[in-house]
Design a binder for this molecule. Structure first.
Ligand SMILES: *[C@@H]1O[C@H](CO)[C@@H](O)[C@H](O)[C@H]1NC(C)=O
Ligand SMILES: *[C@@H]1O[C@H](CO)[C@@H](O)[C@H](O)[C@H]1NC(C)=O
Ligand SMILES: *[C@@H]1O[C@H](CO)[C@@H](O)[C@H](O)[C@H]1NC(C)=O
Ligand SMILES: *[C@@H]1O[C@H](CO)[C@@H](O)[C@H](O)[C@H]1NC(C)=O
Ligand SMILES: *[C@@H]1O[C@H](CO)[C@@H](O)[C@H](O)[C@H]1NC(C)=O
Ligand SMILES: *[C@@H]1O[C@H](CO)[C@@H](O)[C@H](O)[C@H]1NC(C)=O
Ligand SMILES: *[C@@H]1O[C@H](CO)[C@@H](O)[C@H](O)[C@H]1NC(C)=O
Ligand SMILES: [Cu+2]
Length: 619
């Protein structure tokens, strides 16, 4: 939930006083349809109060974009309007993906250009309609074209029931609401319940990166012949802002650091969303431990840490107890898996206990141009001096605490079954003859539209113009169909995918957060060096696999592979692998890719073509 909505309902509470009847919070809400309207426009922003302003794409002129909020079982109706100007290049086309939403039976709403839809051209619109089936938790949405997601993203929160939903909507019609209709009254129930957990309230923190270099120019650099390495972001933003340099925080209209107001002696569910394009971050809040209770939409047995590792695309819910002295505490991020790069970042926000809030400003509601009530907030230009402590780079180790986490409701028995087959996706970074760099997966660097002659694969399936899989023997090509240029799956197959990381000997091995569309997956094994089916096929070294939609492929170098028989190896060697399992229970066309977006653009992506004959039958 965004700060804005939070403040709006604080205001409503204040204005409506105590004489309003609370909605029946113990009753499961009836599923409803929620309508959203996202207008994509170009605007210049300066979110880190630097001397640099860049033209970027925004949703409804906001960054982060408006929060999508729904209950499990609801239907979403999201209209995306591309209101950018027409340009001769494709660079003003847009498409929005709802990250972590499984889209059961609604592959066409997944938002991946040329797999599930055409990109939306300037002046056009596209409506995503889908039901949220059997999942709840913390999600987000982001652009799935180029590097647009740098600024086109926002939270997507799904409550498992009305008891977890802090915004009890009093809806006169009882059927349909416009979710952004602020004339609907909102209340905060006294206690919220998410799964087995109780908490007083919740807050959302969405982490992103900000480059002073314009995103189109940056994209050309990444894809072009002069690419060397990915430059650090100039700032890490928390809920869309920070200060580039605290010594120069004198920019007019500087929004300052994000302020997260809390009450003392309470328990908060803090939702942390890794909407970064590129970097994996350490996340901490000074003097406060964080108890993990949710990962990527799955409830976890409570596990307490002092910091999180947040890879691009990952989400966590943590419980935080406000048991410290009333003060300002820094919420901070640092780089992880950074090779030799400086680890500290300027990504800061403020956990703000109330004494200071009342000292700094009178909280007077004011209406903005659209009539939405806002609280005047204190603008904080100085970061709190109480900072979290972070691990040193040398203490970082592959797999972080992943093997200690356990699903709250038990491990799904499907992880103990034999797999129908194993697909190995081996990624290799190559410098091509034209000077460009590409990541090839099993020899193929994915590029938009390559599988379907610039037509969405799903359209070809739906209108019977695409060949069905099965004509080619894919057993020798790790499941890849060179004719369809996808990885076809049969309905209800249990498919293990080995994500194989490689590097050239003596060059760095990088981390890659892999994401599965249309499915959550279980990571069931991982290991060092190169995966060998015969030797490693039976390894199951993760005791309690949890269901998530991002798995970090960690660098895990096998030094013995550097030298082969005394000669220096000049071909890419394996430097760590992860085996993830999906059940092919969702016919559709699904992207599987590295969520480090520059890597994805450089080719680190494949398409699963799952039971297409069933999609066709439905029509
Ligand atoms: C989006 O643009 C349309 C057409 O200009 C306008 O009617 C509508 O109010 C806009 N919606 C938002 C949320 O800005
Ligand atoms: C907003 O809600 C009010 C009251 O519930 C209703 O009368 C009005 O029609 C709604 N507006 C829209 C645009 O749906
Ligand atoms: C690459 O760099 C060279 C040398 O600086 C320059 O001449 C060329 O225009 C650059 N190419 C692109 C595509 O930017
Ligand atoms: C928080 O609770 C503790 C123990 O119940 C109490 O001593 C303390 O005064 C409370 N602090 C605040 C700020 O209410
Ligand atoms: C955080 O947890 C550690 C380990 O359980 C404990 O030693 C420490 O006191 C806790 N810190 C706070 C601020 O609660
Ligand atoms: C089927 O869909 C493809 C892809 O959108 C399109 O090019 C083609 O014209 C369509 N064919 C028919 C017969 O509708
Ligand atoms: C070294 O290479 C030779 C020829 O390829 C091979 O016969 C021999 O077994 C290798 N020795 C080791 C220790 O791998
Ligand atoms: Cu990657």
């Amino acid at each position: 939930m965004t700060r804005l909505i939070r403040l709006v309902h604080l205001v409503c509470l204040a204005l409506l006083a105590n004489n309003v009847v609370r909605a029946e919070s113990t009753v499961q809400s009836n599923p409803i349809t929620r309508y959203y309207e996202f207008n994509v426009t170009q605007q210049s922003i300066n979110p880190d109060c630097s001397d640099h302003t860049s033209p970027v794409f925004l949703i409804n002129q906001q960054m982060p974009g408006p929060a999508i909020v729904a209950n499990q079982g609801d239907t979403l109706h999201i209209r995306i309007r591309n209101q950018l100007s027409e340009v001769p290049t494709h660079h003003h086309n847009v498409a929005i993906h709802f990250h972590g939403i499984r889209q059961y039976g609604s592959s066409e709403a997944d938002g991946v250009p040329y797999l599930t839809q055409l990109p939306i051209r300037p002046g056009e619109e596209f409506v995503h309609e889908f039901r949220i089936v059997n999942q709840a938790g913390t999600f987000f949405y982001h652009a799935h074209v180029g590097l647009q997601e740098e600024t086109v993203f926002g939270p997507f929160i799904v409550y498992e029931s009305q008891e977890a939903n802090p915004e009890v909507l009093i809806n006169p019609t009882g059927k349909e609401i416009v979710a952004s209709n602020h004339s609907i009254s909102r209340f905060t129930p006294p206690v919220l319940r998410g799964g087995p957990f109780e908490y007083d309230d919740e807050r959302t923190l969405i982490l992103s990166e900000w480059w002073h270099r314009p995103h189109l120019e940056f994209e050309k650099f990444i894809m072009g012949p002069n690419f060397t390495f990915l430059p650090e972001a100039d700032s890490i933003l928390i809920n869309g802002h920070t200060l580039h340099s605290s010594r120069r925080a004198t920019v007019a209209k500087c929004g300052g650091y994000e302020v997260i107001p809390v009450q003392p002696n309470k328990t908060y569910r803090i939702r942390v969303i890794g909407a970064t394009t590129f970097r994996t971050l350490g996340f901490g809040i000074a003097n406060h431990n964080l108890t993990i209770i949710e990962v990527d939409g799955e409830m976890i047995k409570p596990y307490t840490v002092s910091q999180l590792e947040v890879a691009p695309g990952q989400r966590f819910s943590v419980l935080l107890h406000t048991d410290q002295m009333p003060e300002d505490y820094a919420i901070q991020v640092v780089r992880r898996w950074s090779d030799n790069v400086e680890r500290v970042t300027n990504g800061l926000a403020v956990l703000h206990y109330p004494q200071l809030l009342s000292r700094l400003s009178k909280t007077i509601p004011e209406a903005n141009s659209r009539g939405i009530l806002r609280l005047k907030k204190p603008v904080m230009l100085e970061a709190p001096s109480i900072r979290p402590k972070f691990e040193k780079a040398a203490q970082e180790s592959p797999y972080w605490i992943w093997n200690n986490l356990e699903p709250f409701y038990g491990v799904d028995p499907v992880v103990r079954k034999p797999a129908s087959r194993t697909i190995k996706l081996r990624s290799v970074e190559r410098r091509l003859p034209d000077g460009t760099s590409r990541f090839q997966v099993n020899g193929v660097a994915y590029s938009e539209g390559m599988s379907s002659n610039q037509q969405p694969i799903l359209h070809g399936i739906l209108n019977n113009t695409r060949m069905l899989p099965g004509r080619y023997d894919t057993s020798k090509s790790n499941g890849y169909d060179p004719n369809l240029r996808t990885y076809p799956l049969k309905h209800f197959e249990i498919v293990d995918i080995v994500i194989q990381n490689t590097h050239m000997a003596f060059e760095p091995c990088r981390s890659h957060p892999w994401h599965t569309h249309g499915h959550s997956h279980w990571e069931i094994a991982n290991g060092q060096g190169e995966y060998d089916e015969e030797r490693d096929g039976d390894i199951r070294n993760i005791e309690h696999p949890i269901q998530k939609d991002i798995t970090m492929n960690y660098p895990n170098v096998d030094p013995s592979l550097f030298m082969n028989n005394g000669t220096k190896v000049t071909t890419p060697v394996g430097c760590g692998w992860s085996k993830i399992r999906i059940v092919a229970d969702n016919p559709g066309v699904w992207a599987v890719h590295c969520h480090n977006t520059p890597h994805m653009l450089m080719g680190m992506m494949v398409a699963l073509e799952e039971a297409p004959e069933l999609i066709r039958k439905i029509q």
